[in-house]
Design a protein around this ligand. Structure first.
Ligand code: ZN
Ligand code: ZN
Length: 342
């Protein structure tokens, strides 16, 4: 089968013919239809320090995908051949304390699809049956292939109660954009999104932000006054990993505010002033992955009741044009970029 492979220890990716993945008794073989490109894939493509440390070569990459069930291992029940599915890309051990407590997203032995085992940028991918998630008929293939990052957005946006709250989202990348739509869907009051990329800020407005501001020209504090906010934000969703954005967020939070952190801090992150955290009584929570499978349940339920994240998908390419697709993602004038494998 064809797959997009990290074949050599250097920048780049290559479409190669590799054997179809093995199918164990508990696995499902999925014929991949659509995939989307994640920041993780960019790290692997550019072969940065993290990728060199993490990715065994050769490796078929990719973890954001949807397709149809092609074959079922002998022990798999509850799925049908031809069914439209996506899958949770974290394969967990089931034995560690967190797994057994139902906190599988915090498994200490997580194996990542397209990172530690053959991924989904391929004609076929094999995943454990317990990771496979059916896609409802009223959710499109396009949305089906971005359920992984939509799950990150859902997990983050729902980590604190945002009903009737004023929410600041720093970072208008795809996950920040989807978190904007989710916060709107579940009943936040004001939603302010910050970034320095006007293309993405335009999408943020389309996805329900009251204000989408370029912080290189418009200070966040001014925007609060403009909206008539007198005290500060109640909930912050940090999606950028940029120190300046986190500092801005902390300084505009109300006392007792809550911050969910999904953005991975930049290399030379400026230290946080802990006085602000202590004296404001802030709660900070790191967010990783998706709750298995509560996050999947909630995002599909929201999609079926009017949550619209379609504006985040800005480009489609056939899989063979992957190089162009990666260039588009890297240039930043894009939301989610979808590759078609049919
Ligand atoms: Zn991803
Ligand atoms: Zn575990």
């Amino acid at each position: 089968m064809k797959a997009l492979v990290k074949a050599n220890p250097e920048p780049g990716l290559w479409i190669e013919d590799i054997p179809q993945p093995e199918l164990g008794p508990n696995d499902v073989l999925i014929r991949v239809r659509k995939t989307s490109i994640c920041g993780t894939d960019l790290h692997i493509e550019s072969w940065d320090e993290w990728a060199q440390r993490t990715i065994p070569i050769p490796m078929a990459i990719g973890h954001e995908f949807m397709g149809t069930v092609d074959r079922l291992g002998s022990e798999v029940a509850g799925l049908e051949i031809g069914q439209r599915v996506s899958a949770e890309g974290h394969i967990v051990c089931g034995r560690c304390r967190n797994c057994q407590a139902g906190n599988r997203h915090l498994c200490i032995r997580t194996v990542g699809l397209g990172v530690n085992r053959p991924g989904a940028f391929a004609e076929y991918v094999s995943v454990p049956g317990s990771n496979v998630q059916p896609i409802p008929d009223d959710v499109s293939d396009d949305i089906g292939c971005i359920l992984d990052p939509l799950g990150n957005a859902t997990h983050t946006a729902l980590s604190f109660n945002v009903v009737g709250e004023d929410v600041v989202i720093t970072g208008a990348g795809p996950i920040g954009l989807m978190a904007t739509a989710i916060s709107r869907h579940v009943g936040a009051r004001y939603i302010v999104v910050t970034d320095i990329n006007d293309f993405r800020l335009g999408i943020a407005s389309a996805m329900g932000a009251d204000r989408a501001i370029n912080v290189s020209t418009t200070p966040l504090a001014d925007t609060m006054w403009d909206l008539g906010m007198k005290e500060g934000f109640d909930v912050g969703l940090e999606m950028s990993g940029v120190s300046a954005a986190l500092h801005d967020m902390i300084s505009t939070m109300n006392n007792g505010g809550k911050i969910a952190l999904l953005g991975i801090p930049e290399h030379e992150a400026a230290p946080i002033d802990w006085n602000d955290i202590v004296f404001k009584g802030l709660t900070l929570r790191g967010i990783y992955g998706r709750r298995m499978f509560e996050t999947w349940y909630k995002m599909l339920a929201m999609l079926q009741t009017g949550l619209d994240v379609a504006p985040v998908i800005t480009h489609h390419f056939p899989a063979a044009a992957y190089a162009e697709a990666f260039t588009v993602v890297r240039a930043g004038e894009a939301g989610k970029v979808v590759l078609d494998w049919t």
